[in-house]
Design a protein around this ligand. Structure first.
Ligand SMILES: C[S@@+](CC[C@H](N)C(=O)[O-])C[C@H]1O[C@@H](n2cnc3c(N)ncnc32)[C@H](O)[C@@H]1O
Length: 206
């Protein structure tokens, strides 16, 4: 199924996924959403300032915005920071779409830094080490169209991979997101609004 390219309000390119009938990003801005809802919400700049090595879990890599913006923002404040990103994604088609979204240097950055785990995130997550990530970008399609990735059992597995005190960012303010992260032992905060009435669930592992 060929997905449709869209231009979001900040000028960045995203896609509309025909299988899920949902866009990969909000129309407000693909780049802006990655920056505000994930990278800034997880405090990547201040984490990068105070560490030699950053370990990130990009859950649902998609078009790569969250990873790319994370690398750029981390290096702005600390050019020497070592960054490791485990990227989970089940659709190999994303790699050709990704090339339509970013310039060549950005693609190279992503290919050099990200460790791709291609397959169902519910299976692939079990291969990762517990308590090892400084931040997790949790970015599946919405609970309505992709309920399996918002199931409390999966959320529990996700939280088990975060270090204590680490943020897990989402764009969803749904009940299922709040309950899932609460049950998994997180404190629940409100993330940046980024063009919406309410911010998404920003979870912090206690
Ligand atoms: C909203 S998009 C992610 C956007 C992405 N974070 C970005 O910055 O471009 C959701 C992604 O989840 C992927 N996905 C859906 N079901 C999945 C599953 N069971 N396991 C892994 N990835 C899945 C889709 O292929 C899609 O790329």
């Amino acid at each position: 199924m060929i997905n449709e390219q869209i231009k979001t309000k900040d000028g960045s390119i995203s896609f509309f996924n025909k299988q899920y009938q949902e866009a990969y990003h909000s129309y407000h801005g693909a780049y802006t959403e990655a920056l505000e809802k994930h990278v800034q919400a997880c405090e990547i700049p201040s984490l990068s300032k105070n560490t030699q090595k950053l370990e990130i879990l990009d859950l649902c890599f998609g078009l790569g915005y969250n990873s790319l913006v994370c690398i750029k923002e981390a290096r702005k404040v600390n050019p020497n920071v070592e960054i490791k990103i485990d990227a989970l994604e089940n659709d190999p088609e994303v790699f050709s779409m990704m090339k339509e979204c970013h310039d060549l240097n950005s693609i190279k950055l992503l290919e050099n830094i990200c460790i791709f785990h291609i397959g169902d995130a519910r299976v692939k997550i079990l291969e990762l080490k517990n308590n090892s990530f400084d931040a997790i970008f949790f970015d599946p399609f919405s609970p309505k169209v992709c309920p399996e990735l918002w199931h409390e059992d999966f959320i529990k597995d996700v939280v088990s991979k975060a270090k204590q005190g680490a943020y897990i960012s989402t764009y969803s303010s749904s009940r299922v997101a709040k309950d899932g992260f609460l049950k998994a032992g997180c404190e629940i905060l409100e993330g940046p609004k980024c063009g919406r009435k309410t911010g998404g669930v920003l979870a912090r592992k206690i």
